[in-house]
Design a protein around this ligand. Structure first.
Ligand code: IPM
Ligand code: MG
Length: 412
């Protein structure tokens, strides 16, 4: 390792349940990638989650926010424990992190890798290569609403969904850029026949932004119909853009189709360089299997690879993806003791492959690692030459598409 190695400052939040196990396996792989590809990851372990909350009462504090802001990206395991009431950590930490750092896009690939058993009979990898772009800071997740007459037969609960033009446009524009790069259709998923106000805003935003991307075919599918088409004809989709709640739901469906929650990865992307992006497997803390070595770390490993692609370590990201997918194809089951290898052993195997540079088959179809890296490169080319700021201006919409009217979205 030379002093000129590229350095990336990563904050690591292992969290609860299976979070620490899958993160430890990912760090093993990250370590191997560092020596093989000549970069250095400076890791800061952050104590947060259920145990930390029970011991200190702390969730998302200003001090933590300031500390995390000083990193290039965040690797996140999982949060949640039966000892903490549902919603406390989810709303009090995870959603706060996404909102505070304006991680506007939640990018979730739904890709059936070769050799993976899917519950959809006859489905082949060529037919399932999708990226879901979930809006990540607004919608029903702003936590606005009220209840009157709580606990009585007259209780009235109102839960608001907030959709801003700026918040929607930045996500839609990102999705168009992705679809343009992938040479595929952009599908808007909503329920505009019923949710008239929000649906109209989303559709008109897609219509307007579409004028700047004439080569990208546009489609629209109601969310209920999409739940039918996603498993039956996934080849219909390439990039799907949708609101926060619909995105949360359909990405779990996507995970089922691609082989289970253990395989599904995600990137919570800050689009304007104002804060770090965060990378997490989409599974939760699974306290029922925690500590047994039964968790599949591949979702977390692929999320770590996405982090590296986002930071410009494209070769390392591709190598990790190829190694993880190669190992994945050999697993008799996607989680649990039937997987054949423990969480730790899987991490070690993938790390060994990455480090050895042994040839593994190239992952067929689009690689989301390439997508992330290419969007980042486009931003770099468009970035001002003064080189201000150490954080990569990854996926910076304002810089790369000056035609956009998008400004910083309000922080709900
Ligand atoms: C996800 C999870 C989270 C969400 C929870 C844990 C806050 O379900 O990342 O999909 O609802 O977004
Ligand atoms: Mg979810």
């Amino acid at each position: 390792m030379t002093s000129t190695a590229r350095v990336h400052r990563l904050a690591v939040i292992r969290g609860d349940g299976i979070g620490p196990e899958v993160i430890d396996a990912s760090l093993e792989v990250l370590g191997a990638a560092q020596s093989a590809f000549g970069f250095r990851a400076e890791l800061t372990q952050i104590s947060a989650g259920a145990r930390h909350y029970l011991a200190t009462g702390e969730l998302w504090t200003p001090a933590l926010q300031a500390q995390l802001r000083n990193h290039d990206a965040i690797l996140f395991g999982a949060m949640g424990d039966p000892a903490v009431a549902p919603g406390i950590l989810e709303r009090g930490f995870i959603l706060e992190m996404r909102r505070s750092f304006q991680q506007a896009v939640n990018l979730r690939p739904v890709k059936l890798y070769p050799g993976v058993t899917t519950p959809i009979a006859g489905l082949t990898p060529e037919r399932c290569d999708i990226v879901i772009v979930r809006e990540n800071t607004e919608g029903s997740y702003v936590g606005r609403g009220s209840t009157v007459h709580a606990g009585t037969p007259h209780a009235v609960a109102v839960q608001e969904s907030v959709n801003t033009r700026m918040g929607v446009e930045r996500v839609v524009e990102f999705a168009f850029r992705l679809a343009e790069r992938r040479g595929g259709t952009l599908t808007l998923c909503h329920k505009k026949n019923i949710l008239i106000e929000a649906g109209t805003l989303w559709q008109s935003t897609v219509d307007d932004v579409s004028a700047r991307f004439p080569a990208v075919p546009v489609d629209y599918v109601h969310v209920d119909a999409l739940c039918f088409y996603l498993p039956t004809t996934p080849e219909r989709f390439n990039v799907i853009v949708t609101d926060n709640l619909f995105g949360d739901i359909i990405t779990d469906l996507g995970a089922a189709i691609q082989g289970g929650l253990g395989v599904a990865a995600s990137a919570n992307l800050n689009l304007d360089g104002s804060g770090p992006s965060m990378f997490e497997a989409i599974h939760g803390s699974a306290p029922d299997i925690a500590g047994r070595g039964w968790a599949n770390p591949i979702g977390a490993v692929l999320s770590t690879a996405m982090c590296l692609a986002h930071l410009g370590e494209t070769d390392a990201a591709r190598a990790i993806e190829a190694a993880a997918v190669h190992i994945l194809a050999q697993l008799p089951a996607m989680a649990g003791p039937a997987m054949g290898l423990s969480t730790e052993e899987l991490g070690r195997e993938i790390a060994r492959l990455v480090q050895s540079g042994a040839p593994v088959p190239v992952v067929p179809g689009h690689s989301v690692m390439d997508d992330l890296a290419a969007l980042r490169r486009a931003d770099e080319l468009a970035a001002p030459a003064d080189g201000t700021g150490s954080r990569p201006a990854a996926c910076n919409l304002e810089q790369s598409r000056p035609r956009s009217s998008v400004d910083r979205a309000p922080a709900f």
